[in-house]
Design a binder for this molecule. Structure first.
Ligand code: NAD
Ligand code: ISE
Length: 335
């Protein structure tokens, strides 16, 4: 295939970043069409990049001039656009989460299987981060023996005061839910959520921090601290404890300094800078695989597993109890 003609539905923050990276940095793809519920925003992007403007996302997806679709609209619109793409038989990259409920993800998985071809990739970009990839290589190679525990932290400096409890799981922890399963090659069995004392910096709708605990089918215990008003920066940590050692996610390399009798290194403050290379690699590999007619990255089933786990976490938090993660066996179609 010549250059992949890409249509982007959702020209908000990450949509614009992805359009810029495809245009200025990546190879093999061109953004030819854009759409957004905020028409003025989409119009500005269309003018800047010489892309066709569609008032309706569904019409963009159906357009014969669009080979493949990127969905970067807000979470509740993902399902509709992914379903449109699947029905049109077009490859689609959808930002996480695949949909806001497990039931909606299930519908996508069923529609994709009915069409007989894998088309959907979900934007779990941590799998493309160099640090996590090195950890996975070490774990897969037996460097620390069998994994026993995984400790994670997902910290944002501050969040909108209207941020809600469920977003801690569906927007933040969803990354660790996908990542750890991939990292240690295991499946989830049950979940709990602990609520430590809440920080005074949180908004009225949000209990912050929260700790998600997961037990896997092989008996590994995972804990994820989610703390979105930590004040000091954007900080992502991960450690796998194995039978004979540990491996840690390397911090990004920031310029170390000595100043005012202090030795230090500035921290990252946002997810875009922290994972910029991961996003670049993720989309380059998606373009390459799409042009070759394959889905190599996290697929619709991974999106469904993450949503089932997130739903169980929300129920566990509300009930104050451990909840099972009830999943059917992964179909052969997704192996
Ligand atoms: P944003 O609010 O900046 O942009 C969302 C855009 O969606 C807005 O421009 C809005 O007008 C548009 N929109 C809303 N409803 C629509 C509809 N029905 N049809 C078309 N457009 C519609 O948010 P964002 O930060 O750019 O996030 C967008 C998506 O990307 C979200 O799903 C979010 O979870 C995901 N995201 C992923 C990562 C990551 O690390 N992978 C990071 C940030 C955001
Ligand atoms: C955001 O929505 C993301 O997806 C980022 O990757 C995540 O780290 C951040 O905490 C979320 O708010």
């Amino acid at each position: 295939m010549e250059e992949l003609r890409i249509g982007v539905v959702g020209t908000g923050a990450i949509g614009r970043k992805h359009i810029r990276r495809i245009t200025e940095r990546l190879k093999g793809g061109k953004v030819v069409a854009v759409s957004d519920a905020n028409l003025a925003g989409a119009q500005a992007v269309a003018a800047e990049y010489g892309a066709e403007l569609f008032e309706d996302g569904g019409a963009l997806i159906a357009s014969p001039g669009v080979d493949a679709v990127i969905v970067t609209a807000w979470d509740p619109a993902h399902k509709e656009y992914v379903m449109d793409a699947v029905r049109a038989g077009k490859y689609v990259f959808c930002e996480k989460p695949l949909a806001t409920t497990a039931a909606d993800c299930r519908e996508i998985v069923e529609a994709e299987q009915a069409g007989g071809k894998r088309l959907v990739q979900v934007g779990f970009m941590r799998r493309y981060d160099e640090g996590y990839r090195r950890m996975k290589e070490a774990v897969d190679g037996g460097f620390i023996g069998a994994p026993l525990m995984v400790h994670c932290a997902h910290r944002n400096a501050s969040m909108d005061p209207e941020y809600e409890d469920d977003y801690m799981i569906t927007q933040c922890c969803i990354h660790e839910i996908d990542l750890v399963k991939w990292l240690i090659d295991d499946e989830y069995e049950s979940v709990r959520v602990l609520l430590p004392r809440s920080t005074k910096f949180t908004g009225r709708r949000l209990h912050d921090p929260q700790i998600a605990q997961i037990r896997t089918k092989k008996g590994v215990c995972i804990d994820v601290e989610i703390f979105v008003n930590c004040q000091f920066g954007y900080d992502i940590q991960c450690q796998v404890v194995g039978e004979s050692g540990t491996v840690n996610l390397p911090d990004p390399s920031y310029l170390p300094y000595r100043k005012g009798a202090v030795r230090g290194a500035a921290l990252c403050t946002n997810w875009e800078d922290r994972f910029v290379e991961a996003y670049n690699v993720e989309l380059q590999e998606w373009i390459d695989a799409t042009r070759a007619g394959r889905v190599d990255g996290p697929n619709a089933w991974d999106g469904y597993v993450a949503a089932v786990t997130a739903d169980a976490m929300i129920r566990a938090r509300e009930a104050g109890e451990e909840m099972p993660v009830d999943l059917p066996e992964r179909p052969a179609f997704y192996r």
